[in-house]
Structures are given as C-alpha cells and as structure tokens.
Design a protein around this ligand. Structure first.
Ligand code: F6P
Length: 363
C-alpha cells in the first residue's frame, strides 16, 4: 500500500502557454479538501535541481485563472538527466538526478505534478524510473503529445492564428497580395492546420507533408484563374519542401531540444514572389501564440486537468498523465504519452475537410 499523499510539488516545464496558471489554480484550490499542501517549484526542472520553490496557498492562486504565463516560471533548459554545465568554454552534460532526490526529501514531497509537453513527460518518465512519484498534465500549444485528444494551450494559439489570418485577409485582398503567415509547430502541424482552417488559409504547409514548390505556385495561379488575386499561406515553422531541410535560426545546446526554428515564412514568401510575380509579404506570429489569456475552452480544460491531477494524487495514480479522451479527462501511462509524437496524418479528418474546401497542402 502506498503512503497517503500529503504534500504535492507542482512545476511548469518547457515553453509556457496560456492555461498554465489555470492548471496551478485547479490543483491548489481542491488540495486543501484532500488535506494536501502544495509547493510550487520555480522555473521548471531548473528549480527542482537547484532547490528553488515557494509555498502555494489559495491566496496565491486567486485571480490567476485568466492570466497568461505561469506564476512559477518555466524553462526549456534544465533536464536533470542532461544538465548542461560550461567547462573551459565547452558545454558538458551531467546527471543531476541525485540533487532532485535530495530536494524531494528535503521538501517532504510525496508526489510531483509536472505540467508540460513531450520533453517534460520524458523527464517525468525517467524520474519515475528513479523511484519518484510523478503525475503528468499535458501542455503545449503544438498539441503534439500522444495519448491525449488535446493539450491545453493549443486552442488559445489557434485563436491567435485565426485572428491574425482574419486581419491579414482584408489587407491581402485590398492589395492583391500573397501574405505568408509563419506559425509555431516544430514537428507537428496542428497549429497551422487548425489555425489555417479557422482563418480561411488557401495553402497550409506543415512538417508532416513535405511540399512541392510547384504545387504551391499552382494553387496561387489556380486562384487567379478564379478571379482571386490574393492568397493566404499558413506555414508551420518546421515545414520543409521535398528534399529540403527545416529552416533553423540556430542551435542552443543548453535546451532540451537544441534546434531553434524560424525563417521558413520568409523563404516561402521570397520563392512565391519570384515564381508567381505576385507581390508577397510575410508575418511571423512567434511568441504571440504563447502569450496572453487562455480561451474559454482552455480555461475549462486547464481547470479540469488541474483538479483531476490532484484527484489522481489522492488515489496514488503515479507514473500516469491526465488526458482528454473525447469530452472526459481520464488517466494514461506516461510511457504511452511519450511513445510517439502525435502527428497530423493523411487521413486526419481535419486534413480531408481542409482539402474538401479547396485548401492546398502543396502536395
Ligand atoms: O514547443 C512549443 C514551441 O512553441 C515550439 O512550437 C517552438 O519551436 C518553441 O516552443 C519555441 O520555443 P522558445 O522560443 O521559447 O525557445
């Protein structure tokens, strides 16, 4: 029989997104009823290794439901199993799991609720293998985490993309231009797919489907033949043409995933202008997609995830992640969550629907 959970640690790992505070609130408010106290670990796994944390009481989470970001801070560096240290001008990777174990003990933690995406769940799985009790909550605007129908944060990012496309539609149409919008999405194109459909894009380019430049130009010509002298292109940052590689801004070896993406929007815009003769502009939405207030859908989803995670803790459901299945939150093993990235497929219903309304994927 596992010991009754009395003290919970909670951290937010990886890139931030709208809804993190709503989850922290959803965890903290019911905790008292379960007789549990909550310790907030600062700056994701960095704080877990470095021993930085603060008590979280109801008064700390009052009024944060609609607040973007995270009151705990987050980081996409600081994996305890791949801890980067600078030695003689070089980055050396060390294992800091013993520091995590010491902090767990010093803080008297019975379990850790780790709110994060794929990287956070991988670390959570490894901490579980080291004998620590971890419960996962699935976050990421990219929506690429396996075993859950949706991560929180995605809907808010899609809202930003859709609004941007609405605004760009009017100016593209007035000036008879092609406007390319670069959105986030490293390996999975869910933001571009859903945002593109919601905002009426004419071309959606995603990492899963390598596109042909010719097909992209063809779609713009096709629209011109129909009398439409403007087009909107929604391109995910990780998209690439057949035979080409992802466009990178650089590499940061201290990050869990060293690749820094960016620049595909500019490349797509330049090639379209050069090959169709149509005046082209580019807008990069970047971190606008991660900032600000969560949508009502994300506020509800995040609150459900938080409250469900504390219930999981009370039932000792360790090594498991809260997951949306249809309209209900259930729990799945973290192993299942990290088995694969959830990618867009040829037969994904939204892809078929997009094609049926005339959107091209450049394939
Ligand atoms: O994983 C979420 C994400 O939004 C990716 O789509 C993007 O590549 C990355 O974060 C950017 O992270 P940052 O600029 O914060 O390092």
């Amino acid at each position: 029989m596992s010991k009754k959970v009395r003290r919970i640690g909670v951290l937010t790992g990886g890139g931030d997104c709208p809804g993190l505070n709503a989850v922290i609130r959803g965890v903290t408010k019911p905790a008292q009823d379960y007789g549990m106290s909550v310790l907030g670990i600062l700056d994701g796994f960095e704080g877990l290794v470095e021993g930085r944390a603060k008590e979280i009481k109801n008064s700390n989470v009052s009024g944060i439901l609609a607040q973007g970001g995270t009151i705990l801070g987050s980081s996409n560096k600081g994996d305890p199993f791949h801890w980067p240290v600078e030695k003689n001008g070089k980055i050396v990777i060390e294992n800091r799991v013993e520091a995590v174990k010491r902090n767990f003990e010093a803080w008297n933690l019975d379990t850790l609720i780790a709110i994060g995406g794929d990287g956070t769940m991988h670390i959570s799985q490894e901490l579980g293998e080291e004998g620590l009790n971890v419960i996962g909550v699935p976050k990421t605007i990219d929506n690429d985490l396996n075993a859950t129908d949706q991560t929180f944060g995605h809907d808010s990012a899609v809202f930003v993309v859709s609004e941007a496309l609405d605004r760009l539609h009017t100016t593209a149409s007035s000036h008879h231009r092609v406007i390319v919008v670069e959105v986030m999405g490293r390996y999975a194109g869910w933001i571009a797919l859903h945002g593109g459909i919601a905002g009426g894009a004419d071309i959606i380019l995603i990492p899963e489907f390598s596109y042909s430049w010719e097909k992209v130009y063809e779609q713009i010509h096709k629209r011109e033949l129909m009398g439409k002298k403007f087009s909107l292109v929604c391109v995910a940052e990780g998209a690439k043409a057949i035979g080409e590689t992802m466009v990178l801004k650089g590499n940061d070896l201290k990050r869990t995933d060293p690749k820094r993406l960016g620049g595909i929007g500019e490349l797509v815009a330049q090639n379209i202008e050069a090959n169709t003769g149509r005046e082209t502009r580019v807008t990069v939405l970047g971190h606008l997609q991660r900032g600000g207030s969560p949508t009502p859908f994300d506020r509800i989803l995040s609150t459900k995830y938080g409250a469900y995670a504390i219930e999981m803790a009370s039932k000792s459901k360790f090594g498991r992640m809260a997951a949306l299945k249809g309209t209900e939150i259930k729990h799945v093993s973290i192993d299942e969550a990290v088995a694969n990235l959830k990618l867009v497929k040829e037969d994904t219903q939204a892809v078929e629907v997009a094609k049926s309304v005339g959107i091209s994927f450049g394939v």
